[in-house]
Ligand binder design. Structure first.
Ligand code: FE2
Length: 431
């Protein structure tokens, strides 16, 4: 079973990545930043976690107000640095752990947390600014896998301290019941006190920062009733992102010891970090068998249904490229290229030969077997002028005529809109 090897808390200000990328190591004003992270680097080198479960918030880079989730779990294969306006940083992408992420997602949903999942998104300074200093030896690839967990702290209503602590407990359960012998470290990022907007911009409160770090270790549950307003009063509005440290704390045992703590306030936001080591075991209450049965209870038995393929996170990750290609048909420009020169659109999207064949041959059954979700088939049908009924029949291996005999009424439809010629099957045959 997987083991939690401890927790890290760290600020995630762009100051950190700037210091690193601009090579400010020997500048006396910047040097304390590097010094403060050395013990955390040593701790990671000693513990050698296979996976870092990494709690952070995006800063309206890859997550925007057009769709803003509270809890978004990164389930992808790989996460590149995001472009925050001046081009992405010159650091490599980091590998994810889709299998563990799917297990955690199943656990969280079974524990009644309505999470969302993401892949194919860049991670901004909320993730990579401290990560590049926590793991400075990353030029040729990162030494561990990352499961990013993005928390929607920038738009109210935002998740509460209590909710964050509770989801941390649920993450702990999931990891402890993961049936692979791997080591997992938990990192919570954000804070400490700062405010970057409005006339109160520049607010800091070192006294509160110290108190928070102390209580996070010794009495996290005593902080859980604090409101966002109370956190903002003490630590600035953006400083309230320390709720993410509470997720990390919830994922550790009740008894922890701070084995390293650093704090430096050069400009707008304190650059702080902590290493927390577990001092009690807090074994799970359920057996591994009971936990796994519980988190898979909703889909248990579905495998007995012939011709049924639940669209799981695993399928979504494995067949992302092809699903994404077909989903992009909602973009008029991509659709135009696909209709004018299908092969060029395959090439542009980097599809494999098998993926190209499935689309080229409109192999509706094969697409489903490959891991494409039905609603992409429906879109492809609308683009090429095929009705839903044609697709249903083909998936069953029947002619349209035979399939229609199984329906009460022989009607045809599709999701095609106003594009010319896309619903020709609905026109009476020419005389
Ligand atoms: Fe932040």
């Amino acid at each position: 079973m997987a083991k939690i090897v401890g927790g890290i808390a760290t600020s995630h200000t762009p100051t950190i990545s700037f210091a690193l990328d601009a090579k400010k190591h020997d500048d006396p004003v910047w040097a304390p930043i590097f010094k403060g992270y050395e013990p955390v680097q040593d701790w990671l080198a000693e513990k050698k976690p296979d996976v870092l479960f990494y709690i952070f918030n995006d800063h309206m880079t890859s997550f925007f107000i057009d769709q803003y989730p509270h809890f978004a779990l990164g389930v992808g294969d790989e996460f590149p640095p995001a472009d925050e306006g001046g081009g992405p940083r010159g650091i490599p992408a980091i590998k994810g752990d889709p299998k563990l992420a799917e297990h955690i997602a199943n656990g969280l949903v079974a524990d009644e947390f309505d999470i969302s999942t993401f892949q194919n998104k860049g991670l901004d300074h909320g993730c990579f600014s401290p990560l590049s200093l926590l793991l400075p030896d990353h030029k040729d690839g990162w030494p561990l896998k990352l499961i990013p967990f993005q928390i929607g702290v920038l738009q109210f209503p935002a998740p509460t301290m209590r909710r964050c602590y509770k989801i941390g407990r649920a993450i702990r359960r999931a990891i402890q019941h993961y049936p692979e012998d791997i080591k997992v470290a938990i990192a919570g990022t954000g804070g400490l006190s700062h405010q970057v907007h409005g006339e109160r911009c520049g607010f800091n409160n070192t006294e509160w920062d110290m108190e928070f770090m102390e209580r996070l270790e010794k009495d996290p549950e005593g902080l859980l009733d604090m409101t966002h307003a109370e956190l903002a009063e003490l630590g600035g509005l953006e400083g309230a992102e320390i709720v993410m440290w509470m997720i990390m704390r919830g994922a550790l045992s009740k008894d922890v010891e701070t084995t390293h703590k650093a704090y430096y306030l050069p400009s707008m936001c304190a650059i702080a970090n902590m290493v927390l080591e577990e001092r009690s075991e807090d074994k799970p209450e359920e057996s591994d068998e009971a936990y796994l049965a519980r988190i898979h209870r909703q889909t248990a038995g579905v495998e007995k249904l012939d011709g049924t393929y639940p669209f799981t996170i695993g399928r979504g990750v494995q067949a992302f490229r092809l699903n994404n290609f077909l989903h992009s048909l909602v973009d008029p420009e991509h659709r135009k290229l696909f209709l004018e020169d299908e092969e060029a659109s395959f090439e542009k999207a980097g599809l494999t030969e098998e993926e190209r064949r499935l689309v080229r041959e409109r192999d509706w059954q094969g697409l489903i077997h490959y891991g494409v979700i039905f609603f992409m088939l429906e879109k492809l049908g609308a683009v090429v002028g095929t009705s839903n009924l044609h697709i249903y029949a083909a998936m069953r291996g029947q002619t349209l005529e035979d399939f229609q005999k199984t329906r009460n009424a022989q009607i045809m439809y599709s999701v095609a809109g106003t594009d010319e010629g896309k619903t020709d099957w609905d026109k009476p045959a020419a005389e």
